[in-house]
Design a protein around this ligand. Structure first.
Ligand code: PGA
Length: 251
C-alpha cells in the first residue's frame, strides 16, 4: 500500500512574513504522517523558517530546485548539501516551468536527482507534455522518454523511495485539469515505464502524483484512482485553509 503524498508548490510566491504565518496556521493541524505525507514546496528564501516552524509536526519541507554540485563557483545556485543541512526532505526537480523558462534538460535533471539522493533527500521528479503533444496523441511516448532520461543510473532502491509527478503543461495554472481518468492513465504510463526499467516491485512502490489545477473540490476524484498516489498543487496550496482542505480530503 503506497502512502499518499500531497505537496504544495508555492512557486515564486509569498514573502518571509507570509511564509511564517502560513506555517504557524497549519503546523498543529497537519494530519499524522501515518496516513499522508504533507509537504510544502517553498522558495529557497523561506525554507529555514518553514523547517523551524514545522519542527515537531508532521509537515515536511521541499525545495523547488537545486544544483547538482554541493559547493563551488556557481553564482546564484542552491546547494543540495546546504538544503539537507537545513532539514529539507524533498526537492522538486524538472518542473515544466524550469524546463521551459530556464531551459533545464533531462540530463541536468538526472544529475540533480543523483545529487539529491547523495545528500539523503528525495526528489519529486516532474514530467508532463505540452498541449501540442497531447493533441497529437504522443503523450505516452513523451512521458516514457522523460522518465527514462530522468531516472538514468538511479538504483532500484532510490527509485522505490522517490516521487514522480505527472503534470500536463496544459493543465497547470489554467483551471483546466486533466480529468481523473486521463490522470490515472498517464500516471499508469509512468508506472509501467518504471516497471520496464526496474521491475514490478519498484513500480509498485514508487509514488506518483498528479498535478495541474488540483483543488480541495476535485482532489478526491484523483486520489480514488489506482495509479494516483498524491497531488502536486500550485495555486490551491497557497492559502492555509485550502492546503489543509487538500490534506483533509486525503487523510
Ligand atoms: P497548479 O500548479 O495547481 O496551480 O495548476 C501545479 C504545479 O505547477 O505544480
Amino acid at each position: 500500500m503506497r502512502k499518499p503524498i500531497i505537496a504544495g508548490n508555492w512557486k515564486m510566491n509569498k514573502t518571509a512574513s507570509e511564509a511564517k504565518a502560513f506555517a504557524q496556521a497549519v503546523a498543529t493541524k497537519i494530519p499524522s504522517n501515518d496516513k499522508v505525507d504533507s509537504v510544502v514546496g517553498s522558495p529557497a528564501l523561506f525554507l529555514e523558517t518553514l523547517v523551524s516552524e514545522s519542527k515537531g509536526t508532521d509537515l515536511k519541507v521541499a525545495a523547488q530546485n537545486c544544483y547538482w554540485e554541493n559547493a563551488g563557483a556557481f553564482t546564484g545556485e542552491i546547494s543540495p548539501a546546504a538544503l539537507a543541512d537545513l532539514g529539507v526532505q524533498y526537492v522538486i526537480i524538472g518542473h515544466s516551468e524550469r524546463r521551459e523558462y530556464f531551459h533545464e534538460t533531462d540530463e541536468e535533471i538526472n544529475k540533480k536527482a543523483k545529487a539529491i539522493f547523495a545528500n539523503g533527500m528525495l526528489p519529486i521528479l516532474c514530467c508532463g507534455e505540452s498541449l501540442e503533444t497531447y493533441e497529437a496523441e504522443k503523450t505516452a511516448e513523451w512521458i516514457e522518454g522523460q522518465i527514462t532520461a530522468g531516472l538514468a543510473d538511479l538504483s532500484a532502491e532510490q527509485v522505490s523511495s522517490m516521487v514522480i509527478a505527472y503534470e500536463p503543461i496544459w493543465a497547470i495554472g489554467t483551471g483546466k485539469s486533466a480529468d481523473a481518468t486521463i490522470a490515472d492513465t498517464i500516471c499508469g504510463v509512468v508506472r509501467s515505464t518504471v516497471e520496464k526499467l526496474y521491475g514490478n516491485d519498484v513500480a509498485s512502490k514508487v509514488r506518483i502524483q498528479y498535478g495541474g489545477s488540483v483543488k480541495p473540490e476535485n482532489i478526491a476524484e484523483y486520489m480514488a484512482k489506482e495509479n494516483v498516489d498524491g497531488a502536486l498543487v500550485g495555486g490551491a496550496s497557497l492559502e492555509a485553509d485550502s492546503f489543509l482542505a487538500l490534506l483533509d480530503a486525503v487523510k
